[in-house]
Structure formats: C-alpha cells, structure tokens
Design a protein around this ligand. Structure first.
Ligand code: NAD
Length: 507
C-alpha cells in the first residue's frame, strides 16, 4: 500500500515524543492493522507512567519559555507547519485513508483541514484580542487581556485521526500553550506521521523541546491526563461514555475541559424541499466515511406528503452505492474501523428489528475478494419511531433511520428529542420553516444548517454541540478563548484611590 510506504515507521516505533526526540517506553505494544485489507502497518509502544512523567515535566518546562515568544512569532512557526503539511498532503492523506478506512478524498480533505486551520491560526496570532471598557472611576483604565493557559491535553478519536489534533494544537500553539496529544489507539501511525512532520519544522526553528508532545495508549493514559493537575485544559473528542469519565475527572480537580462527543444528527426533509438536493445530502450524510463521522446523518425526518417517494428514491440510490477499497476513487464507502465496530453495527440492526423497525435496505457484512479484513458492511435504512432505544443511541456505522412527520413543529420536536445535540439540517425552500428551524424555538444543536447536510463543517466556524455532545467548541470563530486565561486589569493613574461602586473608605 502506498499510504504505508510514505512514512518510515521503523524509526518511530516507540511512539512517545517530546517534539524532536523519541523516548523509550516500557508500555504494551499497540499494533496497527488497516481495516482496508487487514494488513499490518506498524507498532508503537504505549506510554508507561515513568515516561509519562518525563513528558509532562518537559512540557511544563517548555511552557515557561514558549509563552514568552511573541504570538506572531509562534504564528510564524504554525505558518511553516502549514507549508510542511501542504508538502506532505498526498502521503499523509493516503495514510489517513489506509489506517482509518475513509475514502482517499476524505483522507486528503482531513489534511486540507490541517492546512486551513494553520492559515486560520497564523491570522489569529496577530489578534487574540481583549476588550477595553470605560472605567467608572476617573483616571482609570479598565481592560482585559488573554494569557497563555499552560499544558493542553488533547485526547482524540479514531475517525478524524489528524484533523481534530490540528484544530486543537495549532490554536493552542499560537495562544502560547504547549500540547500533549494522546491519539486514538486505533490510529497511532497517523499521529506518528504528524509528529514527524512537526519535528522537522520545530527543529529548524529551535522551538523548545516539549511544545509538541505525543503519548500513546488507551483509556488508562487518557485517565492520567484527565487527573493531572499540571494540565489546566483537557480537550477530549470521542464517545459520550469517554466524555463522562474525562469530564468528571477534570471537574474534580477544577480543571477546564473541552468535550466533543457523540452526535445523533437528523435531517428534516420538508415537502417544500428541493428533493434532489435532499436526496444527495441525505445519502452523502448517511454513508460518507461509512457512517463514522460525528456529524453523520443518522435520522431522516420526512414530511408525510413526500415520505413514500423519498423512500423509493433512497432505496434506488442505495442500490447504486459501491463499497470497497477506499483508496479506489470509484468506491463510495470503505470499511468500518475494526471488527468490534462491525459487531456494534450488527447488534444495532438486531435491536432495531426487535423494537419494531422495518428495513427498507437490509444490512449485512460483506465477504469475498476485496473484503478480507471483515470490516466492510452494507449501508442500510430502517423505518422506525424516534423513541426506540436504538434510535436514541449513536451507533457509529451506516445505519439510517427514517420516520415521518405532519407539522414542522412536530419535526423540530423529533429532531431535538434525543440526548445528543451536535448537528442538524432542514431541507426546505420555505423561508418561514427555515427561520423557525434556526430560531430559539428551533434546533437545539451546536450546528444547524438549511439546505446543506449535517456533515462537512468548515474550520471557520466554531465546531461542537450541546447536551450529551459535551458543550465544547473548537476550531474557528472565538473558540481560541478556551485555550487562554482571561485577565481583567485596572490601572489607576490618579493621585488618589477612588473605590468602585462609590464606596468611601477613610482612615
Ligand atoms: P472513544 O470514546 O472510544 O475514544 C476516543 C478517545 O478517548 C481515544 O483516544 C480513547 O483512548 C480515549 N478514551 C476512551 N475512554 C477514555 C477514558 N475513560 N478516559 C480517558 N480517555 C479515554 O471514541 P472513538 O470510538 O475513538 O470515536 C468515535 C466517537 O467519537 C463517536 O462517538 C463520535 O461521535 C465521537 N466524535 C465526536 C466528534 C465531535 O467533534 N463531537 C468528533 C469525532 C468523533
């Protein structure tokens, strides 16, 4: 596989790094196999506790220096990182596709997201604005400034093995923070590749060792980060179960957490929609990345007047989907990440049937030539009711639930009536419906789109969701503020000491 050849993993099999140096660790071996063909990619060593301590010490020391680099100078490092990722886009994109199983286009798209967030962060490095407010006291200046926060722990999920890290790290770096990244144990090689690219730029610019750290392992290492008082911010992306554990651990020590957790995203298709657009958006949203995006369309809420015709269109479209090697551009979807994910998919189909769901397009595991990894499944569609337990839960696979509605208020209620609140969409050409959907009485999600699908966010907006999705926001807009500490400053340039609120104090 070309994706495998692009990086020489033999030199990096330890998997623990403080920037330009790779550290020995005595943890367990983590082998990475591609879900594309089941072949071995490489092995890293999980970080043991002693090595973890060395990494955090290094990061803590590096922060003392890095926070004093002027922000635009830190931005210049990130600018060079953007160029380095541009130069490695093809190779890294192939590796993402091969190790995670998403299409090559999506693998390249992830690297493009790194490049885009680098560009965004470079501009940000000359902003990071605080406000100046009028003071109520004469001859006083009242303003706020944002200071670097410290060590930022980044725990990331397998499905966006490189982009999520970059959304956090590039912003954190221009903000003056240092990062310790714990990638998913399912995609360690993508992390090793990113760290290798960063190392080249950091070495050339004498960036302090410890600004970009990498640790490897599963939930135990994630737990060390979450409980570590030396880490003021943990940014964690993954399942709601993970977020609950991390959120509680961080809250116990009064730390800050940025949680980006599971979604259960719905698209409402009005009878007043452009139905061709609705069809395209729903099929791409449901089967893209084999249903393994946090923003995957999981529920279709369709107006009763067009319900039957929409069903027929969907069944026909699903009949045309090509499933296979994601590095082959002619395929629409590749495999699930591993056999455990296939097990979850099959269990959800069983549960759906037990709860009364009817399958319009049957699921199943694909076998035979090209499907040897055992991770390829058929995207399927089931007619359901919104309250089914299986529908209320996020199954990370291409299972699309479809249900009908009569009034727009009912549709919005159904869309909101799940524990998660990440992404949502309404397909309609009716202005009143669209505005209602986007109003305070509309979608309760962090992302709400009209005539655009639930997946495919741009880096310029703040990304994240409400309720069990965790409430965090990262990437664009003012998401950078979570990586900094706000300080309010008052300067008195008078010769007396007036008090606020008109209080007098005489001695
Ligand atoms: P996961 O929860 O199994 O693992 C995510 C990361 O958390 C991994 O690095 C893992 O090692 C770590 N982890 C797991 N349990 C932990 C614990 N108790 N303490 C500390 N760390 C722990 O998730 P996954 O299967 O890798 O990814 C899929 C999930 O991620 C889906 O639910 C998806 O919706 C979600 N996701 C959300 C977003 C978002 O921005 N909202 C983006 C991508 C993925």
């Amino acid at each position: 596989m070309e994706g495998q050849r692009a990086f020489d993993f033999k030199d990096h099999d330890r998997g623990v790094s403080t920037g330009t140096q790779w550290l020995e660790s005595k943890g367990a071996s983590i082998a990475s196999y591609s879900p594309v063909d089941g072949n071995y990619i490489g092995t890293v060593t999980a970080t043991d506790k002693d090595t973890y301590e060395k990494v955090i010490e290094k990061a803590t020391t590096a922060f003392q220096e890095w926070r004093q680099w002027p922000a635009p100078r830190r931005g210049e490092i990130v600018r060079q990182l953007g160029d380095a990722f541009r130069a490695n886009k093809t190779e890294l994109g192939k590796l993402v596709s091969y190790e995670m199983g998403k299409s090559l286009q999506e693998g390249l798209g992830e690297v493009q997201e790194i490049i885009d967030i680098c560009d965004f962060a470079v501009g940000l490095s000359r902003q990071l604005y605080g406000l100046t407010m009028p003071s109520e006291r004469p001859l006083h200046r009242l303003y706020e400034q944002y200071h670097p926060l410290g060590v930022v722990g980044v725990i990331s999920a397998f499905n966006f093995p490189v982009a999520v890290w970059s959304w956090n790290s590039m912003l954190a770096w221009v903000c003056g923070d240092v990062c310790v990244w714990k990638p998913s144990e399912k995609t360690p090689m993508c992390a090793v590749a990113c760290q290798s690219i960063v190392a080249g730029v950091f070495k050339e610019n004498n960036v302090p060792e410890g600004v970009s750290c990498l640790v490897m392992g599963g939930r135990d290492v994630g737990g060390w980060l979450s409980e570590d008082r030396r880490i003021p911010l943990i940014s964690a992306t993954g399942s709601t179960a993970m977020g609950r554990a991390v959120g509680v651990a961080v809250a116990k020590r009064m730390g800050r957490s940025l949680l980006e957790l599971g979604g259960n995203n719905a698209m409402i298709i009005s009878e007043k929609a452009d139905l061709n657009m609705a069809l395209m958006a729903s099929v791409f949203g449901a089967v893209g990345t084999a249903g393994q995006r946090c923003t995957t369309t999981r529920r279709l809420i369709v107006h009763e007047a067009i319900y039957e015709s929409m069903k027929q269109k969907l069944v026909k479209a699903y009949g045309q989907l090509r499933i296979g090697d994601p590095l082959d551009k002619s395929n629409h979807l590749g495999p699930l990440i591993d056999k455990a994910a296939v097990g979850d998919y099959l269990a959800a189909i069983d549960q759906c049937k037990r709860e009364g769901g009817t399958f319009l397009v049957e699921g199943g595991v694909l076998e035979g030539v090209g499907y040897e990894s055992g991770c390829y499944v058929r995207p399927c569609i089931a007619e359901v009711r919104n309250h089914y337990a299986v529908v209320q839960h996020e199954t990370f696979a291409p299972i699309l639930y479809i249900m009908k509605y009569k009034t727009v208020e009912e549709a919005i209620h159904m869309q909101n009536d799940v524990p998660q609140g990440l992404s949502s969409a309404m397909m309609t050409l009716d202005l009143r419906e669209a505005e209602l959907f986007l109003s305070s009485a509309g979608s309760d999600c962090g992302i709400a789109n009209v005539n655009a699908g639930t997946s495919g966010a741009e880096i310029g907006g703040a990304f994240g969701g409400e309720k069990e999705t965790g409430g965090g926001r990262e990437s664009g807009s003012d998401a950078w503020k979570v990586y900094m500490r706000r300080q309010t400053n008052t300067i008195n340039y008078a010769t007396n000491l007036p008090m606020a609120q008109g209080i007098t104090f005489d001695l």
